[in-house]
Design a protein around this ligand. Structure first.
Ligand code: ADP
Length: 637
């Protein structure tokens, strides 16, 4: 817009001379010339007319004055007198030729020398002395050439004089108009042309002495005001243009983003094998895209477009549920989501999952529904397959875990026998005591009662030990509950303590108080702890030069996980086999199964934790595992 204005401005460059003044003067000179010339021509013409009339009058009076002499000369046949009279007539004035005729015969004729053709001829009768008899005719020829020449000369002189006058006046006018008006207009025009976008706005002024305000001052004032307003408008316009550019750029960017996301969406839709449908509820028109046709096994464009046609593809057994889901969405109770089976033309049955967005008018009536359908048959089959495989793996793992537990229990048999034999020995001892107190005379019933209470207590203790062992050896499904890891450690130490002591292992436990509960299977976690403890005892079997210390501890990590550490000062693990020890069936022991650590790791991972090992300086190995705390777990969920 500015460019076109500038180009227009270039066309309007001021000329070095004042066109306006020239134009004014042209018209002034033209009009004056016309008027003065007309007046001059008219005046001269009138003058010429009166000169003609005067010349005619002079000619007539000249003839009248000489009439008597001419008549007498003719009457007396005085040719010489006659010619002299005629000579007198033609000497000056307009008469160039005078002729006296007697009837048709010329009597005398005088013509001025070098005379032109006559302009006017007239005749006058000549009478005898008594005036009654016509004796001849006087024929006069007049020429006005002198008059015409005079007229032309006068006219030329007058016109030249007028022209000079007009020229002088025009020059004077030019100077006056130029100095008073057009000079300032030129300056103004120049200054106004300097008005360019972005050019600094200075006010313009007239270069003249100021006497009082006239129209030019008003014009300059208006232009200055206009310049200021225009500068403000330009600033606003520039800001507007800059803003518009920014908006346009942002728009182009978002359009590009939209295009690429549309392309990505299309790719994703194609990849995900999604069909898109659009149901115009008011007009009952259901539009399917090509993918929808593919999903339902119909050739492109084969779907008619009536909503009821869709029902014919849904399997009869699923129609009720599909109708229920649709009605619920139409009533606005929930978003549309439904799963149903469709039978294709080739007889194959596919499971379709549909979701949609409902569009309602201002009063809440559903007017349109836009949604997608997805063939989830393969997904569902895969899910079923995965569930079955998971169940099988879990069953195998449970069986393996039980085998491993039984193996461990076998190793713990001596310890278990010790644990159980202690309360049994107490029962026997309390029983004997009771019998002795009853055999007293009189029997001491108080002591006997106390001894029998001891029997009951020792019996309960033995029962509890046996119950824990039974729990451990039982093949069962994992049961997750909030449990105290410290308690699990103490239970394991309670069971294995005897066996460890028998192998000269000194247990040092440092259990952190106030541990958060973890969500886990108590038996499985106990199995892990027991396995790690037995392995530690095995690793210290050959150690004779130092105390066989087994450290077992618990704490909460910085991440809020519950961590258990079981460390020994045994032979350690060679660097080369450090990662292999977690592989199934890897063992370095002659009697080992090589399943313990592998089962421990899968148990810990099933608890969403980690199990790892690292060497301990100067001797031994430590195993650590973490499991998420209960509250943390629920937060994550
Ligand atoms: P097994 O005890 O039947 O060999 P594991 O899976 O429990 O099976 O252990 C695998 C191997 O890991 C062991 O044979 C042993 O070589 C090594 N190992 C386990 N714990 C320790 C430990 N505390 N110190 C040294 N080596 C260990």
């Amino acid at each position: 817009m500015f460019n076109s204005r500038l180009s227009r401005s270039r066309d309007m460059q001021p000329t070095p001379y004042s066109r306006l003044t020239t134009r004014i003067l042209f018209w002034v000179v033209a009009i004056c010339l016309f008027m003065f010339s007309a007046v001059t021509v008219l005046t001269v013409a009138l003058e010429r007319n009166s000169l003609y009339q005067k010349a005619q009058r002079d000619a007539q009076s000249n003839v009248t004055r000489n009439f008597a002499a001419i008549s007498s000369g003719l009457w007396n046949f005085d040719t010489t007198g006659l010619k002299a009279a005629l000579q007198g007539l033609t000497q000056s004035g307009s008469i160039i030729r005078a002729e006296v005729l007697n009837g048709r015969q010329q009597v005398a004729s005088v013509q001025r020398e070098h005379s032109d053709a006559p302009d006017f001829e007239w005749e006058a009768p000549l009478f005898g002395p008594d005036g009654s008899e016509k004796i001849g005719t006087l024929k006069i020829s007049e020429s006005y050439k002198d008059l015409r020449d005079l007229f032309t000369k006068n006219l030329a002189t007058e016109l030249v004089a007028e022209l000079v006058k007009i020229g002088g006046m025009a020059a004077l006018l030019f100077i006056i108009i130029y100095s008073l008006i057009t000079r300032h207009l030129q300056t103004l025009a120049h200054d106004v042309l300097e008005l360019k976008p972005g050019a600094p706005v200075g006010s313009i002024s007239l270069h003249r002495r100021k006497f009082h305000n006239d129209e030019l001052d008003t014009l300059v004032g208006s232009i200055n005001r206009f310049r200021e307003e225009r500068a403000e408008a330009e600033d606003a316009l520039q800001a507007d243009i800059a803003m518009r550019k920014l908006v346009e750029e942002a728009l182009q960017e978002s359009e590009a983003r939209l295009r690429s996301s549309e392309e990505r969406l299309k790719l994703a839709i194609d990849a995900a094998k999604l069909g898109i449908w659009d149901w115009d509820i008011e007009r009952d028109r259901l539009v399917w895209d090509d993918s929808m046709h593919r999903l339902y096994g119909i050739p492109p464009g084969g779907f008619g477009g009536a909503f009821d046609t869709w029902w014919s593809y849904v399997m009869r057994e699923d129609v009720t549920q599909a109708q229920f889901d649709l009605d619920a969405a139409l009533r606005g109770e929930r978003e549309y989501s439904s799963e149903f089976r469709v039978q294709r033309a080739d007889g194959s049955i596919r499971v379709i999952r549909g979701v949609a967005h409902m569009i309602r008018n201002s009063d809440g009536t559903p007017v349109r529904m836009v949604g997608i359908n997805r063939d989830v048959t393969d997904l569902i089959n895969a899910e079923r397959e995965r569930d079955r495989a998971t169940e099988e793996v879990q069953a195998a793992q449970a069986e393996l875990a039980q085998v491993a537990r039984l193996t461990t229990m076998g190793e713990l048999a001596a310890s278990i026998a010790h644990e159980v034999s202690q309360p049994l020995a107490a029962v026997v001892s309390y029983g004997n005591g009771a019998l002795r107190w009853l055999g007293h005379v009189p029997p001491d019933l108080g002591e006997a009662k106390a001894a029998i209470e001891g029997v009951v207590e020792a019996g309960n203790h033995a029962g509890a030990v046996l119950a824990r062992i039974r729990e451990l050896v039982k093949n069962r499904k994992p049961e997750y509950e909030a449990l105290d890891v410290n308690q699990a450690i103490e239970d394991v130490l309670g069971l294995t303590g005897g066996a460890l002591r028998a192998r000269s292992v000194l247990v040092q436990s440092s259990l952190s108080g106030g541990l958060p509960a973890v969500l886990g299977d108590r038996i499985q976690l106990q199995q892990v702890i027991m396995n790690l403890a037995i392995n530690a005892a095995d690793a210290m079997e050959s150690v004779n030069d130092r105390a066989r210390v087994l450290r077992i501890g618990s704490k909460v990590t910085a991440e809020g996980l519950v961590q258990v550490t079981i460390a020994d000062c045994g032979t350690g693990i060679e660097e080369g086999i450090r990662e292999r020890i977690f592989q199934p069936l890897f063992t370095t022991k002659s009697h080992g199964m090589g399943m313990g650590l592998s089962i421990c790791r899968s148990i810990i991972e099933a608890h969403r934790g980690k199990l790892w090992t690292s060497p301990v300086a100067p001797h031994g190995t430590e195993f650590k595992f973490t499991v998420p705390a209960c509250n943390r777990d629920s937060e994550a969920a």
